[in-house]
Design a protein around this ligand. Structure first.
Ligand SMILES: *[C@@H]1O[C@H](CO)[C@@H](O)[C@H](O)[C@H]1NC(C)=O
Ligand SMILES: *[C@@H]1O[C@H](CO)[C@@H](O)[C@H](O)[C@H]1NC(C)=O
Ligand SMILES: *[C@@H]1O[C@H](CO)[C@@H](O)[C@H](O)[C@H]1NC(C)=O
Ligand SMILES: *[C@@H]1O[C@H](CO)[C@@H](O)[C@H](O)[C@H]1NC(C)=O
Ligand SMILES: *[C@@H]1O[C@H](CO)[C@@H](O)[C@H](O)[C@H]1NC(C)=O
Ligand SMILES: *[C@@H]1O[C@H](CO)[C@@H](O)[C@H](O)[C@H]1NC(C)=O
Ligand SMILES: *[C@@H]1O[C@H](CO)[C@@H](O)[C@H](O)[C@H]1NC(C)=O
Length: 564
């Protein structure tokens, strides 16, 4: 340190700038060959944006497109522009209904009703995937269960949802599908059928820790060949874990992942996989449902707005959200129609914010929200008083936990659009799942859900450095947070994919330096364009051994960790 010369800082900066420019040129040249040129025509035609509310702002900070709308000359894009690309072509409805059928068929074969009744020699051959959640954030914990469900489908195994002291996670407030097992039942049946002694199959569980990049086998191993009766894919509290299988080097694994999540580089809309899974597996308890009905008074909202404010209340966040509600009204064609005023459900962790935005929008919208104090006062359906712990207050707000779960199912009744807004980061796992479940509720209905729209409201002060502050793998805009997002964007109300992307294969996606570093820990050398070099992955996997963590379930979780 002491011997180092002071840097010629201006020279360093100049070099940095030159490097950034070079990087952008490389990305743009690269993207040019990848179905980039029809972007501009699609982005203005496919979504309803009229003169009254204005069209999405053009990319700032970019050279003006040539007169033919040559998108390739832009060096960056706004979130709205990115959203048009991210949401993909066409409606996700058809792909989602295909996944719904896949889920239904899976549970018909591997659901508890059939597997429970199998003769011992068949039962003892069955495989299971464990879903294990605690009761931290609702979105993150639900993703753990949904990840297990997705993996059970990919691997042709049955689903176990673990209970703690006889209770499912959030079991007071939600019910789970009766297609799943509990671990207790599996242990019981394993003993009853003498699977260990008679059929030589010990009840072992293989644990794969996704949060330990050097240990997880998510890219390199053929999980279909794993013999352990139970598999637990641990550490998957968002949509990223299962979608890592889209780059697994074994064709069978990749094919199963693609069947559930669509092809990552396809320009068609991807299925609403987590919405379909949640719809199939989780439903509100009777009491939560009654609270939702009490708040709705029999009519579903047209639009739901979720604002995660973490106790802050910037006025521009409100303004941006109000504008986004108006855009949603246009998309839903409920403006100036005979049915008149749209019903907008408001959900926030910050109750004072709800009051403020209510006064902003009540001129043109009928506002619905769940007033938990009023409900609790007039109802004998009280839950135990589960106030958030002090250290969680900023994260979850001051309301009791059950109110957030009522809010979740209230917002997921929106029939036409869900808007996620926030300060500072947009598109939490909670908001993602609200939109996903709301969409799933509309798909396949007589009045087709093909027009269901998920929007992100991001106010301009969050976009000073483009999407760079929206990073974090569980957040919805993470894969767009690299150098291709324009700085100093005006307020954005962007169409948002229902299935958050995990990889960077699409136009305008680019990894942030943080993601490049993170992915390198998994052995993935991510170039600035974000495209994964599959032959590099194969070489990486060849130099690596499977990491095995194995527990014996019947002898109370004794660990046997080895590297095979
Ligand atoms: C699961 O629930 C459905 C309807 O709620 C019922 O028809 C079915 O019999 C149940 N299956 C089992 C195995 O309990
Ligand atoms: C999944 O299980 C079903 C029925 O047990 C079987 O027909 C099918 O071939 C299996 N698929 C794979 C990929 O193992
Ligand atoms: C599951 O993951 C958590 C967090 O990554 C870790 O602390 C825990 O030890 C893991 N459990 C097992 C059994 O490996
Ligand atoms: C997921 O869980 C890990 C630890 O279990 C935590 O560090 C991480 O912040 C969680 N992700 C989110 C988005 O909360
Ligand atoms: C709840 O009921 C009590 C007594 O009936 C009343 O004093 C209080 O104002 C009520 N609170 C709300 C939020 O309605
Ligand atoms: C969906 O959009 C189509 C045209 O884009 C329109 O004809 C149809 O009425 C809309 N459906 C609903 C339920 O709004
Ligand atoms: C641990 O696993 C290895 C290989 O699977 C096995 O040979 C060994 O007996 C196991 N040890 C214990 C204590 O279960």
């Amino acid at each position: 340190m002491a011997g180092r010369r002071p840097c010629g800082c201006s020279l360093v900066r100049l070099l940095q700038q030159a490097l950034v420019a070079a990087v952008l040129v490389v990305i743009i040249l690269y993207r040019h060959g990848h179905g980039f040129s029809n972007l501009s025509s699609r982005s203005s035609a496919s979504r309803d944006v009229d003169a009254f509310f204005g069209s999405p702002p053009a990319a700032t900070n970019a050279r003006p497109p040539a007169s033919g709308g040559d998108a390739a000359s832009a060096t960056c894009a706004t979130v709205e522009r990115m959203g048009e690309e991210a949401a993909g072509q066409g409606s996700p409805e058809a792909a989602s209904l295909r996944v719904r059928e896949l889920i239904r068929h899976h549970f018909e074969l591997h659901g508890a009703a059939r597997v429970r009744a199998l003769p011992p020699h068949e039962f003892c051959e069955q495989g299971f995937v464990l879903g294990r959640a605690s009761e931290a954030g609702f979105g993150n914990e639900m993703y753990r269960i949904l990840t297990a469900a997705a993996l059970s489908i990919m691997l042709n195994r049955s689903l176990i949802i673990e209970q703690t002291r006889g209770q499912y996670p959030f079991g007071q407030y939600v019910s789970y599908t009766n297609h799943s097992f509990t671990l207790e039942e599996i242990k019981h049946l394993w003993n009853k059928h003498s699977c260990s002694t008679k059929y030589g199959r010990d009840l072992s569980m293989r644990v794969d820790n996704f949060e330990h990049p050097s240990e997880t086998n998510v890219i390199c191993s053929d999980w279909k060949s794993w013999k352990d009766p139970i598999i637990w894919f641990n550490g998957t509290n968002d949509s990223v874990g299962t979608q890592f299988f889209l780059k697994n080097i074994h064709p069978g694994m990749k094919a199963s992942a693609s069947a559930l999540f669509g092809l990552p580089d396809s320009s068609d809309a991807r299925p609403n996989t987590f919405g379909e899974l949640m719809r199939a597996i989780v439903s509100p308890s009777r009491t939560v449902q009654e609270a939702v009905n009490w708040a709705l008074k029999g009519v579903n909202p047209d639009i739901a707005l979720h604002m995660r404010m973490m106790s802050s209340r910037p006025v521009e966040a409100r303004q941006a959200a109000a504008t986004c509600i108006k855009r949603a009204m246009q998309i839903c064609r409920i403006q100036g129609t005979p049915q008149g005023t749209p019903r907008v459900a408001l959900v926030s962790d910050t109750p004072s914010f709800v009051q403020e935005i209510k006064s902003d929008i009540s001129e043109f919208a009928e506002v619905i929200y769940f007033d938990y104090e009023l409900f609790a006062n007039g109802s004998d359906l009280m839950f135990r008083n589960d106030m958030p712990l002090n250290f969680r207050l900023t994260d979850w707000g001051p309301a009791p936990r059950w109110a957030a779960i009522v809010d979740f199912f209230l917002a997921s009744r929106a029939r036409c659009a869900v808007i996620t807004g926030a300060h500072p980061r947009v598109g939490t796992t909670y908001a993602q799942l609200i939109a996903a479940v709301a969409a799933a509720n509309t798909y396949g209905q007589e009045h087709s859900g093909a027009n269901f729209t998920f929007l992100s409201s991001i106010h301009s002060s969050l976009l000073v450095h483009g999407l760079l502050t929206q990073v974090g793998r569980s957040h919805i805009w993470d894969t767009y947070a690299g150098p291709l997002s324009c700085e100093h964007q005006p307020n954005q109300c962007a169409v948002t994919p229902l299935l958050p992307p995990t990889w960077w294969d699409g136009t305008w996606q680019s990894p942030s330096p943080r993601d490049v570093k993170r992915l390198s820990e998994y052995g993935i050398q991510l170039p600035i364009t974000g495209e994964v070099d599959e032959s590099q992955l194969v070489a990486h996997c060849r130099s690596r051994e499977d990491h095995v963590d194995r527990y014996n379930i019947l002898s109370s979780y004794m660990k046997n960790s080895t590297v095979l």
